[in-house]
Design a protein around this ligand. Structure first.
Ligand code: MSP
Length: 482
């Protein structure tokens, strides 16, 4: 598939939680892809969006518990996400908040369009009905009996409330056949294959209409045609992917980027992105995103990450211990993107020392030192062209495989130093030593080039060292041993 622009999104994260390594994982992957495609397609042809999801009763309740207004509370937590992304060197082009005035205005316009639209069968897209259901304010969604464990929401360990109210509904049932066809034909791609099959299986079980407004909620966007009702948070939240582009008032910018090339998320929000979102887009007469990739959840030592278990790992903790690039590396290199993964914290140190301190960091130190000491920092750089699958692996979301290849190149260079005993060679065969060191420095530039999307600062440092007129061993190790 050839593409000339790349629009990539993460989910917009709830301000009810603070950033942890689950959110960080999705965001680092998005950042890696954005950086990769900026190199491939040009900076101006990539748009990378992330942000925060800020409406709903749960947010209002959390704000009250902290004696803050909902807006003050959202400002605080949203800033924490921004701070976390800056610690991780995330290069998003825009950060959307659902309390942005532009977003709120645009969501209202979207509701007006939906109100006036007809389904392909000629029915009103939205209609009023009575709704009674088990609502979990933690999830911001109605649960079915099947979802409960011992009568409680398994995620929030709380009994859902029975909520009965008049709502506006979206006639998903009129779109589901079309949607199924688009998934089957690949026009709307859901990856990996297992998630696509899961989606098709859910369609077979039957997918009903869904409610798109709430009467009881106060902290939300008011419907333009019914002042008693607020937008259901998911309609508000999903719309971010198009309101951030200016839809529906800045169509030039919108048309430049839409459809999205990739929506990234984990399996918890598959349903909303595989059914609700495409159906809303169809009702608006818009194209569907080209692709959604659904990755697995992290657990920590086999347990779900949660505040009550007390095992939540923040990105700041990892960055303090390992630094920004190593944190990005450790999250991407250890797990297969897509699968559920169990984090064992003690393995982080091991992998850090093996791959980064003793691997890449040591290689940079050895090569720069030998060139500085024996050849007054001079070397001859050549264009290296080693056949690798690093780019293919990145485009196939096999980030750990791509990094494995990079590690292999590092290991081969380290082995070359040992095999040639370069530290002795410099005394016995100066010319040969010079050639080997030139090759090693050139290898390191090749490695740096491929590391850029993953570890941008490290790649820059390596380039700076070896492209300098006079190569010097860096004063500080790239990765301090732990
Ligand atoms: N606000 C909604 C999304 C709206 S998008 C239009 C939401 N927010 S969330 O804060 O709960 O974020 C969920 C997402 O965070 C997951 O889909 C995933 O990308 C990431 N993760 C949260 N916990 C995670 C793990 N334990 N493991 C891996 N990723 C996880 O849902």
């Amino acid at each position: 598939m050839s593409i000339d622009k790349y629009y990539i999104t993460t989910p917009i994260y709830y301000v009810n939680d603070v950033p942890h390594i689950g959110h960080s994982y999705t965001t680092i992957v998005a950042d890696t892809l954005a950086r990769y495609f900026r190199i491939k397609l040009g900076k101006e042809n990539v748009f990378f969006l992330t942000g925060t999801d800020e409406h709903g009763d749960k947010v209002a309740q959390s704000a009250e518990a902290k004696n803050l207004s909902p807006q003050e509370f959202c400002d605080e937590i949203s800033a924490e996400y921004k701070e976390a992304w800056s610690l991780l060197n995330i290069s998003n082009d825009y950060f959307i908040r659902t309390t942005d005035k532009d977003h709120e205005k645009r969501v209202k316009e979207i509701f007006t369009k939906l109100k006036n639209a007809k389904t392909p069968k000629g029915n009103d897209v939205i209609y009023q009905d009575e709704y009674e259901g088990l609502y979990c304010t933690g999830c911001e969604k109605f649960l079915t009996e099947r979802d409960l464990e011992d009568g409680m929401c398994p995620d929030h360990q709380k009994e859902p409330e029975i909520v009965k109210e008049k709502n506006w509904f979206f006639r998903l049932s009129d779109y589901i056949k079309d949607l199924e066809a688009k998934i089957l034909s690949g026009e709307f791609e859901i990856l990996p294959e297992s998630r696509k099959n899961e989606t098709l299986g859910l369609i077979k079980q039957g997918v009903g209409d869904f409610s798109i407004s709430r009467e009881s909620v106060k902290w939300g966007i008011e419907l333009p045609f019914d002042s008693e009702q607020k937008s259901y948070v998911w309609v508000d939240a999903l719309s971010n992917y198009i309101t951030a582009l200016g839809y529906p008032d800045d169509l030039d910018n919108f048309n430049k980027w839409w459809p999205a090339d990739l929506h990234l998320m984990a399996q918890d929000i598959l349903k909303f992105h595989a059914f609700y979102w495409p159906a809303i887009l169809m009702a608006l007469g818009l194209e569907l995103p080209k692709r959604e990739f659904i990755h697995g959840f992290f657990t920590i030592d086999g347990k779900k990450m949660s505040k009550s278990v007390g095992n939540v790992i923040s990105p700041a903790e990892l960055v303090t211990r390992y630094g920004t690039d190593a944190t990005r590396y450790l999250l991407l290199a250890q797990f297969s993107f897509g699968l559920e993964s169990d984090i064992k914290v003690e393995l982080f140190d091991e992998k850090y020392n093996a791959d980064l301190a003793n691997g890449l960091g040591n290689l940079v130190a050895r090569v720069s030192n030998l060139i500085e000491k024996n050849f007054s920092g001079k070397t001859e750089l050549k264009e290296i062209n080693i056949k690798t699958n690093i780019s293919e692996n990145i485009e196939k979301y096999k980030f750990n495989e791509a990094l494995k290849e990079i590690n292999k190149l590092v290991a081969e260079s380290n082995q070359l130093i040992d095999k040639e005993k370069v530290w002795e060679l410099v005394k016995s065969e100066e010319k040969k030593a010079y050639d080997v060191l030139s090759e090693l420095a050139s290898n390191l530039l090749f490695i740096a080039k491929h590391l850029k999307p993953f570890m941008p600062e490290t790649a820059d440092k390596i380039e700076k060292i070896f492209k300098a007129g006079k190569i010097e061993k860096p004063k500080e190790a790239l990765f301090q041993r732990i």
